[in-house]
Design a protein around this ligand. Structure first.
Ligand SMILES: [Zn+2]
Length: 231
């Protein structure tokens, strides 16, 4: 169920995310860059989770996407978010390669400039919406394993995501649930083969296991060949 996402230009191309219907409603840039910042996210360290604080029964992911487009057209409020999640679907509103204004930590804040933002809707079955958000977090981590899970409160101190923070141990359980989902996902044959080969290289001192995705220099390649030859 938890799979790597198919992301092109910061936009998810899958029809579902872990069986949850996935919609694209990317806000069209208009006037001021108040929702669509058009600022590239140069480094991504994690995912920031929020609650919408909107309990109106219609305030699901689709309505919030419309709301963001309205804000973009009005050119007043600087507010944006990559994803809205409710009890039965997920909508992406901004490419994840672009900075969004959500964390309340300023134009240079790490929350705003280095994290993917998720708003969890409060309009319906909250438990289900929270579970769906965990699945979205898990799929993002499966795709980008270096990402950490954050809450809005980590950046600005705001009591958000309020519905998760209201539950005793709610935040800890939310994060643990995400990592459980990530770990339960069976590895692909390729991932298993890579893991086995890296362990072999470590045991035989051919590689120290760091910078595994980098290209080797000629020096590094020669040293690795020599170490293999000397085995
Ligand atoms: Zn928030």
């Amino acid at each position: 169920m938890i799979k790597k996402l198919n992301v092109v230009g910061g936009i998810i191309k899958d029809k579902t995310i872990g069986n949850i219907p996935f919609n694209l409603d990317i806000v069209k840039p208009k006037g001021k860059r108040n929702v669509r910042t058009m600022k590239p996210m140069k480094k991504v360290i994690g995912i920031t989770n929020h609650n919408t604080a909107n309990t109106s029964p219609t305030a699901g992911d689709e309505k919030h996407a419309e709301y963001l487009q309205k804000q973009e057209n009005l050119d007043k409020q600087y507010v944006s978010v990559h994803f809205f999640v409710d009890e039965d679907s997920i909508t992406q509103t901004v490419p994840i390669t672009e900075i969004t204004w959500h964390a309340g930590d300023g134009v240079d804040g790490k929350g705003n400039t280095q994290t993917i933002s998720i708003e969890i809707c409060e309009n319906g079955n909250l438990e289900k919406a929270i579970q769906n958000a965990q699945i979205l977090n898990a799929c993002l981590i499966k795709t980008y394993p270096e990402l950490k899970v954050y809450k809005h409160q980590d950046w600005s101190g705001k009591y958000c995501p309020r519905k998760i923070l209201d539950i005793p141990n709610g935040w800890e359980d939310f994060v643990n649930g995400i990592y459980k989902l990530v770990q339960e996902t069976p590895k692909t044959a390729w991932e298993r083969e890579v893991e086995e080969a890296v362990n072999w290289a470590l045991e035989n001192h051919i590689s120290d296991g760091t910078r595994l995705d980098d290209k080797p220099t000629r020096k590094e390649l020669i040293v690795m060949l020599k170490r293999f030859y000397d085995l």
